[in-house]
Design a protein. Structure first.
Length: 321
């Protein structure tokens, strides 16, 4: 954590911070073999022992096989325990439903992944949400206002108990850009993120805000910084290394915790995985910081490829340019 904070603040961390997460589905598949692998990398896992034989009993509701209904009455379906569910039942089925939609009552600080933009899609379904955005009528603004109001309650609840970094996640991009386009995003959603993150900065100006967001989002990364984000977690493949270098290093300095190429991990050989990490680090490294490496491992990645990725980030986290 200390090196990540130093990287965000551009305080010359000794090494490039590396974060490694393993989805429960990988533990379900590999069990003891995966435990043996993680035991070999205490620098990333701290000697953590996982009760992989009973891991399904500890999963959060949306990671369990079956149906889960959230606080907005969105229906999540999951056929593969250990991976995130998808929304298959959308409570807003017509424009009239938007106006009658009730804001949930919990004020517990829960801000799950997809708390703002994806919440709109979960409520309406992708196609209907895109129609409302295209029409730019009162319906989309009313829906946004209700979701924002709920999120304001939730952010207010976390203010007294924030740690050194407060984490948010909302996938704003598709594979080749934003589904609603950058201009509509700036018109309708940028004010929402500015409001929510502004609450945090007003409460504690030194608070660090970290935002994960999948998809091709490089064109709005400066906007996220303007909203109050201190470090962005973008995807390597969706954004492209050239775009990330241009936006986050040449046009201005934006601290990023780079999500290494999860689509490459299952299929590449060891040499290619090392080349991938080398390219990312050599392109984005700054002596003062501003770079972290994020690794997500799941069941589709062979164990030998997991080891190769971990070996690569172990080598390049000491890179000095």
């Amino acid at each position: 954590m200390a090196d990540l904070i130093q990287a965000v603040r551009m305080e010359h961390p000794d090494t490039i911070p590396v974060s490694v997460s393993i989805l429960p589905a990988a533990w379900i598949k590999y069990g003891e073999e995966l435990q043996r692998l993680t035991d070999q990398y205490p620098q990333f896992f701290g000697g953590r022992k996982v009760d992989y034989e009973h891991i399904e009993n500890t999963l959060s509701p949306s990671y369990r096989k079956g149906i889960y209904i959230d606080e907005w009455n969105c229906v999540w379906s999951n056929e593969h325990a250990g991976n995130e569910a998808i929304v298959t039942g959308h409570p807003v089925k017509s424009e009239e439903d938007i106006y009658s939609l009730q804001i949930p009552s919990p004020r517990n600080g829960r801000l799950p992944h997809g708390f703002m933009y994806l919440r709109l899609l979960d409520l309406c379904g992708f196609e209907d949400a895109m129609v409302y955005f295209a029409e730019e009528g009162d319906a989309i603004q009313t829906l946004i206002s209700k979701v924002l109001e709920y999120n304001i309650y939730q952010v207010a609840a976390i203010l007294p108990r924030m740690g050194d970094i407060v984490y948010f996640g909302d996938d704003l991009g598709m594979q080749r850009g934003l589904a609603i386009g950058a201009e509509r995003w700036r018109k309708y959603l940028k004010p929402c993120f500015r409001t929510l993150y502004g609450m945090i900065k007003a409460y504690k100006p030194s608070q660090l805000i970290y935002m994960h967001t999948d998809g091709c989002i490089y064109e709005i990364m400066p906007d996220l910084v303007e909203c109050g984000v201190d470090m962005i977690n973008p995807q390597y493949r969706a954004n492209g290394i050239d775009n990330l270098v241009r936006v986050c290093r040449k046009e201005r300095i934006i601290p990023i915790n780079l999500d290494l190429d999860r689509q490459l991990f299952p299929v590449a050989d060891r040499s290619r995985l090392f080349d991938h990490v080398a390219e990312a680090v050599e392109s984005l490294y700054l002596p003062e910081g501003g770079l972290g490496l994020n690794v997500e491992l799941n069941y589709e990645i062979p164990l030998e490829n997991m080891a190769a990725v971990l070996d690569a980030v172990e080598k390049y986290r000491f890179y000095k340019g």
